[in-house]
Design a protein around this ligand. Structure first.
Ligand SMILES: [Zn+2]
Length: 501
């Protein structure tokens, strides 16, 4: 613990070590440590304290700030609007303020202390998604401080109830859509993946999310004394066989156009034989695709974006030590590609299970005993399951691609996000949403997200703030202002200050 020092102490130590020392931690790092110190584990969320912190920073810089209370006390959305000339619709930057809980025993340091160690900020939410909230806020503050004349409003949204709860962006959009209406939005999603030498391998920007829904397997057998089992008839053994069959089953490979581009990008930044596998997955014969799939799907993340997946999440059976129960239940979480027909998937599952004594039905995700309003689940799936991926020919996507390349010297690709986000509130209203965690992270650090010792590097945070600042300058500054300039040899270079060509 001796090398772990709080941010406040860090500043004091630096100052004491050398009075000439000027490299204080950058504003994004400072803000992130402050955000982490507000424990916003949801439930309950504590978003109001986050809103107060952001308001105290943004209101003095001229942002119009507003806190939108939800029916739950202390649970709020926060909006800050930096006014522009209004010649174009606003751009919105959304990040959720709530975080998932922690298993404290698995952490090597206090997850809510906002600690700096070895060049990293540690804490719950460092990646997901207080890091983004800090980067978006810092980039906007920089534009405000520099008094960049803006063509359009820029809106920061700090969201409640993304990780759980009923008052997330769907609720916000239903009740206050005019406040979050925009030409396009940034949200969490894609990755800037770092190589071990610190260089960036690729930048992925999500244009669609997978959709989550559940089904339940209910197996039926004879209830009887456990001293006289009937071979192959008991509910638990039948359910176990069905689960084994499902675990061994491979759903077919389906590539969205963004996924094709993503794998072609991976091919470009990989060495053989990997690069060849990625190319075969996209353009090979059926046999080649099947062979490539066998290798590629060993990576759980890559597997998740090329097919519908199913994962058992609850089991429920038995009530006495001397009774063979008549029923056994398993709840399975399906993660589906956009455009999937849910009834076809349920039929597919029935075929795999192939047992008339097992019912297969859509259910809620709460596990055994939850009341499942199947119609409501179907309606929800209908509403989000067929959302078109966001287009890539928009000003915001093009700016992300251009500045991403300039900042990180790596290819930029659209991407299907393997999980769900709260982007549906905009996408289903026809507004494009681009998902990105704007800081470079090594792939090995991704498991820390929702896991233990979550962290993001101070250097990544600074680069992320430059990146987002440049993107905003590009889409909202005067005459497509930017910091990029060609030098004599024709190479693009970034200037320290923005300018208008
Ligand atoms: Zn998140």
């Amino acid at each position: 613990m001796n090398r772990i020092i709080g941010f406040g102490v860090f500043v004091v130590v630096l100052a004491a070590a050398s009075s000439a020392q000027t490299d204080l931690p950058d504003p994004t790092t400072e803000l992130l440590t402050q955000l982490i110190r507000i424990d916003s584990t949801n439930p309950p969320g504590n978003d109001e304290r986050i809103a107060d912190l952001l308001a105290s920073k943004l209101a003095p810089l001229g942002f119009q700030v507003e806190t939108i209370p939800t029916p739950v006390s202390g649970k709020v959305h926060f909006l800050a609007r930096l006014k522009g000339r209004g010649t174009k619709k606003p751009i919105l930057l959304a990040a959720h303020a709530d975080v998932v809980g922690v298993e404290r025993a698995g952490w090597h340091l206090d997850p809510f202390a906002g600690l700096l160690q070895d060049g990293y900020v540690y804490g719950r939410g460092a990646i997901d998604n207080k890091g983004s909230l800090a980067v978006f806020t810092a980039a906007l503050m920089r534009l405000a401080k520099e008094k960049v004349p803006l063509e359009r409003d820029l809106i920061l949204l700090s969201e409640a109830d993304e990780e759980s709860g009923r008052y997330g962006t769907e609720w916000l959009a239903e009740n206050y859509f005019q406040k979050i209406d925009c030409a396009a939005a940034l949200n969490e999603g894609g990755w800037i993946i770092q190589n071990s030498d610190g260089s960036v391998r690729y930048v992925s920007i999500s244009t669609a999310d997978k959709i989550s829904i559940w089904f339940k397997l209910t197996s039926h057998g004879t209830t009887t004394h456990s001293s006289m089992p009937v071979r192959n008839d008991d509910a638990i053994s039948q359910l176990a066989r069905a689960l084994t069959d499902l675990a061994n089953y491979r759903t077919r490979v389906q590539l969205l156009s963004s996924t094709r581009q993503f794998f072609l990008t991976l091919a470009q930044v990989s060495k053989p034989p990997k690069s060849e596998e990625f190319k075969r997955l996209v353009g090979g014969t059926n046999q080649e695709v099947a062979e490539a799939d066998l290798e590629i799907s060993k990576d759980p993340l890559l597997n998740a974006i090329i097919r519908n997946t199913l994962a058992p999440v609850f089991l429920n059976a038995g009530f006495r030590g001397n009774v063979i129960p008549g029923t056994a239940e398993a709840t399975i979480n399906l993660r589906l590609l956009p455009g999937t027909n849910i009834d076809q998937v349920i039929d597919e599952v029935r075929n795999v299970v192939h047992n008339p004594q097992i019912d297969v039905a859509i259910s809620g995700g709460g596990g055994p005993g939850t009341s499942d309003d199947v119609q409501a689940l179907r309606d929800h799936f209908q509403a989000v399951g067929n959302i078109e991926p966001s287009r890539t020919d928009t000003e915001l996507y093009q700016a992300l691609a251009l500045q991403g390349q300039a900042q990180f010297h790596a290819p930029v690709t659209p991407y299907l996000f393997q999980a769900g986000t709260d982007a549906a509130a905009w996408r289903k209203r026809g507004i494009p949403v681009y998902g990105i965690y704007p800081y470079p992270v090594p792939a090995s650090d991704l498991s820390r997200m929702h896991g233990n010792d979550e962290r993001v590097s101070v250097r990544s945070l600074a680069g992320a703030t430059d990146f987002i600042y440049d993107v905003l300058l590009h889409v909202a500054g005067p005459n497509n202002a930017c910091r990029l300039q060609r030098n004599r040899s024709g190479k693009q270079q970034r200037r320290g200050k923005w300018f208008s060509p």
